[in-house]
Design a protein around this ligand. Structure first.
Ligand code: AR6
Length: 178
């Protein structure tokens, strides 16, 4: 775990995001917000139909933006749904859009008085973002946010397998110098 300014911490763990005991989970959704596979499917399955019902009222979400629902049956009280970019060649605005997912998710968290949250590796599954680049962007954006704001106490990255976990762990050390 790496802490910034004494009380804002970041960590990487390997595991299933749906089991995390934090205030909010971030979901790697699609623009319809009506569910899908991967982490999106897992969150909707674990949280139950209340999440989808709330999502229907949100009118979708643009790539790079984030919207919030409650957490249904999850331990987490909220789910922040963000939409990562589909990776093409890295020259279609993908880095800015991916950074925006993390920033907007953290902004929505602060607006809703959320203090602890868990992120998956947004865009690193079906959307095909190269892992090292995605991890660097994710960590840089979150570190910058925690340096500028005291509202969030914990950002946990929950990575589904050992390879992705190692990449995010290295990026955390590199970005923070710890
Ligand atoms: N906990 C943590 N990470 C997970 C879990 C889980 N339970 N399940 C999968 N992952 P993806 P994307 C990891 O494909 O690339 C959906 O259909 C997975 O190993 O879920 O942003 C949406 O509806 C990978 O590292 O999201 C969209 O259509 C990471 O989560 C599309 O996929 C993200 O993989 C979004 O694609």
């Amino acid at each position: 775990m790496v802490c910034i300014g004494g009380n804002r911490c970041m960590e990487t763990v390997q595991g299933d995001i749906t089991l995390q005991k934090v205030d909010a989970l971030v979901n790697a959704a699609n623009t319809s917000l009506l569910g899908g596979g991967g982490v999106d499917g897992a969150i909707h399955r674990a949280g139950g139909p209340a999440i989808l019902e709330e999502c229907r009222a949100l009118n979708g979400c643009e790539t790079g933006d984030a919207k919030i629902t409650t957490g249904g049956n999850l331990f987490a009280s909220y789910v922040i749904h963000t939409v990562g970019p589909v990776y093409e060649d890295g020259k279609q605005g993908e880095p800015e859009l991916l950074a925006s997912c993390y920033r907007r998710s953290l902004e929505v968290a602060v607006e809703n008085h959320i203090q602890t949250l868990a992120f998956p590796a947004i865009s690193c599954g079906v959307y095909g973002y190269p892992l090292e680049e995605a991890a660097q962007i994710a960590l840089e954006e979150c570190v910058a946010f925690l340096k500028a704001s005291t509202a969030i106490r914990l950002v946990r990255f929950v990575l589904f397998n050992e390879t992705i976990h190692r990449v995010f762990q290295n990026a955390l050390s590199q970005v923070t110098g710890c």
